[in-house]
Design a protein around this ligand. Structure first.
Ligand SMILES: O=CC(=O)O
Length: 319
């Protein structure tokens, strides 16, 4: 039996998989585990199943000890993990790609609709108790059919968002480190462009790239100024890809028409200027938040940890 530390609450199905084979110490507090508590608990762990709210760095890996074999993140994004530090210590790091693709694309599209059709504004108006009635020019938004969606980062989630856009009658362009499968590009009618062109021609820009030093504030003052005044920006990837202060200023100045955010630079804090604005839809990091998806993510993370502990190749190792 190996010792498996789970850093936060995860669905029971995944815990059962782990408990069937190993000694499991799972944090079950309603608040995130504190850093000191976490460092103490990981001591002697052979596997750590981590949530994206926990920083997995050299300090934590050393606190665990040299027997640690695997860190299994319950998330596709792994900017909370210092992957080189894992590599240096011979610790395998894994994530959960694939299983959350559709759920996250749904939220991206939900935000596109919220922003372009002013759904948040409408809901706030009704709940405020203010008088309203149907009117020819009341809360007019912007239609999607025939418009262009620009996808920044055309991995699985970007592609799934593109297929929703196609169903809505949109044109799709994308910016990506590499060309996608030509058959998929043809099916989606998606054309690869550089970021400058994407910003210039898109009516909606949706961010789906991973976060790292290369994508920190990828969308800032200059990029927002390059967008159409009628365009919208949506981010369901990671907060710091977008410079929030620059976005708030652009929204206030009317440099772009609106935005939708599921992720924030300093979660759970939201830039105070964004909270003042009507033309931004804000949701609290719900991309993968369905019962089915969270269960699939936790189960995949458990399978990754179990495989490494059994001396096998895990299904989804971070390369
Ligand atoms: O944000 C969620 C994830 O990366 O899985």
């Amino acid at each position: 039996m190996s010792k498996v530390v789970v850093t936060g609450r995860i669905p029971e199905a995944a815990l059962e998989l782990l408990r069937a084979e190993h000694d499991v110490d799972a944090w079950d507090g309603s608040e995130s585990i504190g850093r000191d508590e976490l460092l103490a608990r990981v001591a002697g762990a052979d596997a750590v199943v981590s949530l994206l709210t926990e920083r997995i760095d050299g300090e934590l890996l050393d606190a665990a000890g040299p027997q640690l074999k695997v860190v299994a993140n319950v998330a596709v994004g792994y900017d909370n993990i210092d992957v080189p530090a894992c590599r240096e210590r011979g610790v395998i790091a894994t994530n959960t790609p694939g299983v959350l693709t559709e759920a996250t694309a749904d939220i991206a599209f939900g935000l596109i609709l919220m922003a372009t059709r002013r759904l948040g504004e409408g809901e706030r108006l009704i709940r405020s108790g203010a008088a309203w009635k149907w009117g020819m020019f009341f809360l007019l938004g912007s239609g999607l059919q025939g418009k262009t969606l620009g996808i920044v980062g055309m991995g699985g989630i970007g592609q799934a968002t593109a297929s929703r856009a196609k169903a809505f009658g949109m044109e799709v362009v994308y910016q990506s480190r590499s060309e996608i499968d030509p058959a998929i590009a043809a099916e989606l009618g998606a054309r690869r462009v550089d970021l400058d062109e994407l910003l210039e021609i898109s009516d909606v820009v949706s961010v789906h790239c991973p976060y790292g030093p290369a994508t920190h504030h990828l969308i800032g003052d200059e990029q927002l100024a390059a967008m159409k005044e009628t365009a919208y920006l949506v981010n369901t990837a990671r907060g710091p890809i977008v410079d929030e202060a620059a976005l708030a200023a652009a929204l206030r100045a009317g440099l772009i028409a609106g935005a939708g955010l599921d992720v924030f630079e300093k979660e759970p804090t939201v830039h105070p200027d964004l909270l003042e604005l009507e033309n931004v839809a804000l949701v609290p990091h719900l991309g993968s938040a369905t019962v089915e998806t969270r269960t699939a993510m936790a189960t995949l993370a458990a399978d990754n940890a179990l495989a490494v502990l059994a001396g096998e190749q895990p299904p989804t190792q971070i390369s």
